[in-house]
Design a protein around this ligand. Structure first.
Ligand code: HEC
Ligand code: HEC
Ligand code: HEC
Ligand code: HEC
Ligand code: HEC
Ligand code: HEC
Ligand code: HEC
Ligand code: HEC
Ligand code: HEC
Length: 424
């Protein structure tokens, strides 16, 4: 059953004037006959004209019972070429703003879409219109920007949950990169074209692609799906904070948050970058090689002093943890029972993680508090590790003594037997 679409109920959201009647189609719903548009097109020798028929068979719109006329207009009941008469609402190949009208006719109509999927948003056209893409298209008539079909290729439209979809998380980067990494296309705008390349070096891409972690961000998680814009300085932290909420909360209360906003420094991105965000480690902290703090602070004063002392605190816990861990491992390999202290040591691992996270307060005491908690755990583990090794030594000495006694006993027995044999 194909539900009728009311072409005349064209959304108010589409800001562009619609050529009158251009989109008024008598939908294929009128007849249960085979789609004449598709059958003629399938027989045409040109790939450009026949290709869409094959592709469309696996498009979500075909699965929902829509046909060619639902986007292209025209009258499939009219014979031959008459079906493509503009007076019968045929729009041909929609370009530029026409694409918005075609897609928005259904996707901006909440009442219509609810019949199919009540959970689906209906603000794509509105959002798009507010994006850099939309503003350039509608304001300046720039057709080099993305329209609906740049990101959702016509006749192969699939929901983001389908891994073959152009907008499935693992495919979004290449969908955006098709333009943004194209130096010729982007040349007139004078913006960088390295986002795809740099993103593919990031910990985020590694998590998404290699580890299959769909919670890791790709382009649209930071830029919006339809409202694509570079996150402004003010809200870069908000973007990252959607997922890294603890860091974002700490950072928000810090001295940096106050001064960075005033100085136009982009929050998290000031230390982590934006596209090529790498895995972190302790060398980022402090005043040594590879530390981010020395980009703005000098060693031995103000923030530099705090950076060095936080690093020292974290190093001390890390070293203590390593010692405890290796002692317990040695004891375990020698067959001693140390599973309980090994289990307890996991709390020190957690404290270490918390201390690294607390760096984002940029206050020494917040880091030290977690370090102290961790050191208490490692101290106890070290004591228990030494204890186990002492026990082991004691047992070995004990074993040596008893072996000696047994050997002596056997020796004296042998001697006695020998003496008895000699005497007989
Ligand atoms: C009898 C065969 C036939 C039928 C029926 C037919 N088409 Fe076509 N269609 C063609 C041919 C041939 C062309 C190429 C025309 C040209 O290049 O000038 C074409 C072109 C098109 C184009 C591309 C227009 C462009 O500007 O590039 C679209 C879209 C299209 N048809 C959609 C439809 C739809 C929708 C229907 C049904 C309402 C339909 N066709 C019915 C043969 C047909
Ligand atoms: C969901 C909407 C939608 C449906 C349904 C749809 N099309 Fe299209 N079609 C488009 C859009 C949008 C374009 C323009 C694509 C572009 O510019 O990248 C297009 C382009 C075309 C073209 C021109 C291709 C070219 O490269 O010049 C043809 C031919 C065509 N469609 C035929 C069909 C036929 C036949 C059907 C039915 C089997 C169909 N379309 C169903 C939206 C649709
Ligand atoms: C005739 C009405 C109609 C037109 C025109 C139309 N769509 Fe759809 N579209 C739908 C319906 C209905 C669904 C199915 C919703 C569902 O089942 O989730 C859908 C599904 C989708 C989905 C998958 C949504 C999801 O996550 O399930 C995308 C993406 C999409 N359409 C994009 C487009 C684009 C881009 C265009 C224009 C080229 C377009 N649509 C034109 C009605 C339409
Ligand atoms: C710059 C690329 C881009 C453009 C342009 C674009 N989309 Fe999308 N669209 C996406 C991405 C990415 C998703 C996947 C969102 C997700 O993962 O939830 C999406 C998802 C959707 C969905 C599924 C529901 C939703 O909102 O998440 C629909 C429907 C849709 N788009 C329709 C449209 C329509 C209609 C247009 C034109 C007004 C359009 N899109 C323009 C990238 C784009
Ligand atoms: C069809 C080509 C095309 C596709 C696909 C495309 N874009 Fe764009 N995008 C452009 C063009 C052209 C501009 C205009 C550049 C400008 O104004 O500086 C632009 C502008 C932008 C901007 C604003 C840049 C600035 O600072 O001016 C962002 C952010 C952006 N796109 C993100 C995305 C994302 C994210 C995707 C994928 C979900 C995407 N784009 C897909 C062509 C495209
Ligand atoms: C983790 C978040 C994040 C991801 C993922 C991301 N971006 Fe960005 N992007 C940013 C931030 C933040 C800025 C703004 C930088 C600034 O203002 O200094 C930016 C800036 C941009 C710009 C403006 C030009 C520039 O390079 O400064 C474009 C275009 C862009 N990104 C496109 C993309 C594309 C395409 C992808 C996917 C391949 C992507 N971004 C992935 C956060 C992200
Ligand atoms: C959509 C959720 C999401 C967004 C938005 C996001 N991230 Fe991530 N981030 C993740 C996930 C998931 C990982 C991988 C975690 C893992 O595998 O350990 C990650 C990893 C990281 C790492 C590496 C952590 C490590 O173990 O060393 C850093 C640093 C990072 N993100 C910073 C940022 C910054 C800065 C932003 C904003 C520009 C941002 N993230 C935006 C989800 C997100
Ligand atoms: C002033 C520099 C700076 C700023 C600003 C900053 N970070 Fe960090 N971040 C660091 C340093 C240094 C580390 C490494 C700490 C360590 O491992 O000892 C780190 C580590 C991380 C990690 C990995 C933590 C872990 O558990 O291993 C994530 C995720 C992260 N930052 C996210 C963020 C987010 C999100 C923001 C913004 C809200 C942000 N950072 C702002 C310097 C910064
Ligand atoms: C992008 C530049 C920048 C980076 C990178 C940076 N800071 Fe800062 N930091 C500042 C500015 C600016 C101030 C404010 C100085 C003031 O209050 O006069 C500040 C203040 C501080 C303060 C407060 C000290 C005081 O004297 O009030 C601490 C602590 C601090 N930073 C620690 C760090 C640590 C630790 C790192 C590395 C993880 C770091 N900063 C990285 C720019 C930076």
């Amino acid at each position: 059953m194909i539900r009728r679409v009311d072409w005349s109920g064209l959304l108010v959201a589409v800001v562009i004037a619609v050529p009158s009647g251009a989109l008024r189609a008598q939908a294929a719903a009128d007849s249960a006959a085979p789609d004449m548009c598709a059958s003629c097109h399938a027989s045409l020798p040109m790939e450009r004209l026949a290709g869409p028929v094959t592709l469309f068979a696996d498009d979500i719109h075909a699965h929902q019972g829509f046909g060619c006329v639902d986007c292209h207009g025209g009258d499939p009941t009219a014979p031959g070429f008459a079906s493509m008469d503009p007076r019968r609402g045929f729009v041909g190949r929609p370009v530029g703003r026409q694409v918005l009208q075609v897609c928005g006719r259904c996707h901006s109509d909440a009442g219509f879409m609810r019949q199919y999927n009540p959970g689906l948003r209906v603000d794509q056209v509105v959002e798009y219109s507010s994006s850099v893409h939309g503003q350039r298209l509608m304001g300046q008539g720039d057709t080099a920007v993305a329209t609906c079909v740049s990101c959702h290729p016509a006749h192969q439209i699939r929901p983001p949950s389908d891994s073959r979809s152009s907008v499935a998380p693992e495919n979004v980067a290449t969908t955006c990169g098709a333009c943004h990494a194209d130096t010729v296309r982007m040349q007139p705008y004078g913006i960088p074209t390295n986002q795809l390349e740099r993103y593919q070096e990031s910990a985020h891409w590694e998590a998404l692609s290699a580890l299959g972690d769909r919670s890791a961000p790709t382009c649209n998680d930071c830029h919006g799906n339809h409202g694509a814009a570079p996150p402004g300085v003010g809200w870069v932290g908000n973007v990252c904070g959607q997922c890294h909420s603890v860091m974002a909360d700490y950072f928000a209360t810090s001295r940096h948050a106050q001064v960075f906003t005033a100085m136009g420094i982009p929050g998290c991105a000031a230390c982590h970058g934006n596209h090529a965000i790498a895995r972190t480690n302790d060398t980022l902290l402090g005043v040594g090689d590879g530390a981010v703090c020395v980009r703005c602070h000098v060693a031995g004063a103000g923030g530099g002093l705090v950076a060095a002392s936080m690093r020292q605190a974290i190093d001390s816990l890390h070293a203590s943890f390593m010692l405890a861990d290796s002692l317990l491992q040695t004891a375990e390999q020698a067959g001693m029972e140390v599973s309980q202290p090994q289990f307890d040591l996991e709390n020190a691992q957690t404290a270490l993680l918390q201390a690294r996270t607390a760096v984002h307060t940029f206050v020494h005491d917040s880091v030290q508090r977690h370090v102290d908690e961790g050191l208490e755990v490692t101290a106890s583990a070290i004591t228990r590790g030494h204890g186990a090794l002492d026990d082991l030594r004691f047992r070995r000495v004990g074993l040596g003594v008893s072996t000696g006694v047994i050997v002596l006993l056997i020796g004296s027995l042998v001697l006695r037997i020998w003496q008895l044999e000699r005497a007989s």
